[in-house]
Design a protein around this ligand. Structure first.
Ligand SMILES: Cc1ncc(COP(=O)(O)O)c(C=O)c1O
Length: 336
């Protein structure tokens, strides 16, 4: 099977499994797991923060960060397209009593500074207290422009807001921009980094931030059910991913370009990928037929009017050639 639904579908490699099997472990709720502690130290150092905390998932890492930044009745500004707003069941509101103020995303994936300025509530008891700006990088495979990142985080801080980055795929931005982690996240007060997307670990995210912020997030992590015990086996996968699977993300980006070029040559409308996500327009009449056609050829994709195809560790150039052949064979004239 060739699975292009997401980069979350990657399976741990033999090397990663060996590192997991060999991991030294302890009870991480007591702070006793040496492998988790090492992962946290490595992440804090690489991203240039005082502290880091390991989470089972990116959803929980983001939520604990939002809850650490904002209290009950506070508000965070967030893009309409952002994962924390749209794809995490509104956890900030449901579990954190934090009001989201969703704002339209710009084509580059950020939120216009004027829009942010207009959304910050005055200090008046009619309003929620605007506390935080949350952005995402990469977002829908797009890399936030460096100048924008600098300006928007300076602006937020000048207006008294904290800044959080959902960096589920920050390493795709690191590799694409060819910068180090510190540069890639400069201006943010906290960053959630996923190890289980393009980096290929089976689970796990790390939140980085100040000592105080991470202490608050640690309390929320326990309340959210994320206090894990001998979880060094997963942290070892994360450390292996950071050591071995970062630079190779460039291959995923090249593969995405190859796929996009091939699809364009087939006459399809393709959005040029910046990293590992390719979007293709599919006429509504063909959504069901194309999905079935691909499935019959061992290709898994979530086909919609905007088809999203994601390249990753477990998809080769040869696989993509097979995908292009399969899509080329599809009969676009037949209405389904
Ligand atoms: C941008 C982004 N943020 C956060 C998450 C949440 O990560 P998890 O699935 O580990 O909860 C995802 C998951 O796909 C994501 O794409």
């Amino acid at each position: 099977m060739i699975d292009l639904r997401s980069d979350t579908v990657t399976k741990p490699s033999a090397g990663m499994r060996a590192a997991m099997a060999a991991a030294e472990v302890g009870d991480d709720v007591y702070g006793d797991d040496p492998t988790v502690n090492r992962l946290q130290a490595v992440a804090a150092e690489r991203f240039g923060f005082q502290s880091a905390l390991f989470f089972p998932s990116g959803t929980q890492s983001n939520l604990a960060a939002l809850m650490a930044h904002c209290g009950r009745g506070d508000e965070y500004l967030v893009g309409q397209e952002a994962h924390t707003y749209k794809y995490e069941q509104g956890g900030a509101a449901v579990l954190g009593s934090i009001q989201p103020q969703p704002l339209e995303n710009e084509p580059h994936g950020g939120i216009a500074i004027e829009r942010i300025a207009a959304a910050i509530k005055p200090d008046d008891f009619h309003f929620a207290r605007t506390r935080l700006l949350a952005l995402e990088n990469t977002i829908g495979g797009r890399v936030l422009p460096a100048d924008y990142q600098h300006e928007v985080t300076e602006f937020a801080h000048a207006r008294g807001l904290a800044t959080h980055l959902d960096g589920a795929r920050i390493y795709n931005a690191v590799v694409k921009r060819d910068v180090d982690e510190r540069t890639a996240v400069s201006g943010f007060d906290s960053v959630s980094v996923c190890l289980s997307k393009g980096l290929g670990a089976p689970a796990g995210s790390v939140l980085v931030g100040s000592r105080d912020l991470i202490a608050a997030a640690r309390r929320w992590r326990k309340a959210l059910g994320g206090g894990m015990r001998q979880v060094g086996v997963l942290a070892a996968a994360g450390l292996f991913a950071l050591e071995n699977n970062v630079r190779r993300l460039a291959e995923d980006h090249v593969n995405a370009q190859f796929l996009a070029g091939g699809l364009r040559a087939l006459g399809l409308n393709v959005i040029s990928p910046q990293t590992n996500v390719v979007y293709v327009d599919v006429p509504p009449l063909h959504v069901t037929g194309l999905q079935a056609h691909l499935q019959a050829r061992g290709i898994i994709a979530t086909v919609g009017t905007r088809l999203r195809l994601v390249t990753h560790l477990d998809v080769t150039h040869a696989d993509l050639t097979a995908v292009l052949r399969a899509i080329g064979d599809y009969d676009w004239k037949t209405k389904t």
